[in-house]
Design a protein around this ligand. Sequence first.
Ligand code: CA
Length: 223
Amino acid sequence: MNILVVEDEVKVLTFIKKGLEEQLHNVSVAYDGRVGCKMALENEYDLIILDVVLPLVNGIEVCKEVRRFKPDIPILMLSALDTLSDKVQGLEEGADDYLTKPFHFEELLARIKAITRRRDMALPGTVLQVADLVMDCHRKVVKRNDSLILLSAKEFSLLEVLMANRDRVLSRVFIAERVWGISFDRGTNLIDVYINYLRAKIDKGFDKQLIHTVVGMGYVIKD
Ligand code: CA
């Protein structure tokens, strides 16, 4: 794979670059957010590894900008910050996953595998449907009753997982692993927050509610 690593800490950058090159990946590097963003937009990469705290432009802004033009490129964010709000912000801006420093190289490799596997899952041209809700997974378009619904990258992924498993009750852990590639600590309400975002866009104003809460179990989408 062609991988871009944007990280200003030379030690961390060297560690990642060396490890990935041993795995026979081509690694390009940038030391600040401005150069990183420019490289990400001008070149074709299979994956971007992006630190949050960067000189000139921070990683969250870079992620947001890259997502605007390249909605499909896998982005893994790195940060020493380990609070839920940082995670949510990074993921909300379209990162596929989030890894907290310091980490073992094996963990980084596992995350990369998980991200690329998830990316491979979406089959081109797949259309999912539940009642009058229709998702074109390839074109990334969602419509209900023929009206276009605009979703963020994560809302789209969450809905995709629900719709691909229609009628099946999904646990929060299952959803967290599929959509964010991580197991959240018990007690965090990230999934519930995102389900509420989705409900506001998918179900609000319609007689028939499609997203259902199964108390103590999780969520299901059904007709
Ligand atoms: Ca940094």
